[in-house]
Ligand binder design. Structure first.
Ligand code: NAP
Ligand code: GDP
Length: 337
């Protein structure tokens, strides 16, 4: 990671040291998505080390709900390391409509990927949980010890239970096979290459798309819910850097929360205001309180991350929103929407 290299050794020195290490091949499932594209960008912009080969795959390379296709993919690439991002992913309203699919697809993908990691002797696999899978009724801040403590919020029980089972698989693979497979727990992510679909997206991409249309058409911006719920948001570039650090340096099986601090939590209304400012949108903003608010908050502690990386600097929220808005405007025709 840039931060780490700058305080210790230059990139050239790190590359020289790593050229004597055995080659490693990192397969990234979900490589065409929000987080996968951000990791690819960070790697291509100088983070790649000389002993590493990175392979980014999408559902076009293999349907990971299918065990045979997953096996063929691992047979073809023979990775030593896996970053497992692939999942059915969506915002509150997508989850509310499809809990069964979120559960069955994600269970199948996760079982197949971890089974193939074991079958093909992958040394390290880092999978992805989410802060929305924690118990709904809980104490705050949430930490890594609380993944299985109580029922998740009703709105996304399918996604949440499937994600929790990754931790069960990781612990099982350690207990019975001695594997060191682990997981990270990001808070809400946003950035370029997000899913900007009006119905299915997470809140920031959905609102960026809505403001774009409202400004273009001279119509009001319609925000769902009261705007009062609280969220921690991480820019996909920051998450990508932390993911790369995890693959290289994090050796626990227990999950680690990758989130901005508790002090950086904002309300949905704060997020709306940041997007409105980034567009310089002057139209009316309406809150439709007949729509769901979802979980009120899921404030997570990043104390464990801070023990490892005390001085990592997150991109300021306003700057990250402005960059995402700029990306969406420039890529409107081809963006996922
Ligand atoms: P995303 O943009 O929706 O991308 C999903 C990725 O998974 C795509 O590359 C997609 O491939 C792939 N995929 C889906 N179904 C597949 C299948 N059956 N076989 C193979 N590949 C499949 O999601 P994301 O936001 O980057 O999420 C990445 C990870 O972060 C997920 O595990 C998610 O649960 C986790 N996470 C996300 C957030 C967030 O706010 N976005 C927060 C916390 C955790 P195609 O492009 O070919 O469809
Ligand atoms: P969550 O963080 O898992 O609940 O998922 P989201 O990223 O979908 O955020 C949901 C929160 O944003 C809820 O409080 C919604 O009421 C609020 N929200 C406001 N407008 C929108 C919108 O257009 N789309 C989405 N997905 N959420 C919205």
């Amino acid at each position: 990671m840039g931060n780490e290299a700058s305080t210790e050794k230059s990139d050239a020195q790190v590359n020289e040291m790593n050229s004597h290490l055995p080659p490693i091949k990192i397969l990234v499932t979900g490589g065409s998505g929000l987080v996968g594209k951000a990791i690819e960008k960070v790697i291509n912009e100088g983070e790649k080390r000389s002993n590493e080969t990175w392979v980014f795959i999408s559902s076009k390379d293999a349907d990971l709900t299918n065990l045979e296709q997953t096996r063929q993919l691992f047979e073809e690439h023979k990775p030593t390391h896996v970053i497992h991002l692939a999942a059915m992913v969506g915002g509150l309203f997508h989850n509310l409509r499809h809990n069964l699919q979120f559960f069955t697809k994600n269970m199948a993908i996760n079982q197949n990927v971890l089974q193939c990691c074991d079958e093909f002797d992958v040394h390290k696999c880092v999978s992805c949980l989410s802060t929305c899978i924690f118990p709904d009724k809980t104490t705050y801040p949430i930490d890594e010890t609380m993944v299985h403590n109580g029922p998740p919020h009703d709105s996304n029980f399918g996604y949440s239970y499937a994600k929790r089972m990754i931790d069960v698989l990781n612990k099982g693979y350690e207990q019975e096979k001695g594997r060191k497979y682990t997981s990270v727990v990001p808070c809400n992510v946003f950035g370029p290459h997000d899913n900007y679909n009006l119905e299915d997206a997470h809140v920031i991409p959905a609102l960026i798309h809505k403001v774009y249309l409202a400004q273009r058409d001279g119509t009001p911006l319609e925000v769902f819910g009261s705007g009062k719920p609280l969220r921690q948001f991480i820019y996909s570039t920051d998450l990508a850097k932390l993911f790369i650090w995890t693959v290289r340096h994090y050796n626990e099986v227990e999950p680690i929360i990758l989130s901005v601090g508790e002090e950086d939590e904002v309300s949905i209304q704060d997020a709306v205001n940041a997007i409105v400012r980034a567009f310089d949108f002057k139209g009316e903003v309406i809150y439709d309180t007949s729509k769901a608010d979802g979980q009120f908050k899921k404030t997570a502690s990043n104390a464990k991350l801070r023990k490892y990386l005390s001085d990592y600097k997150f991109t300021p929220f306003e700057q990250a929103v402005a960059e995402s808005v700029d990306w969406f405007i420039r890529n409107y025709e081809t963006a996922r929407k």
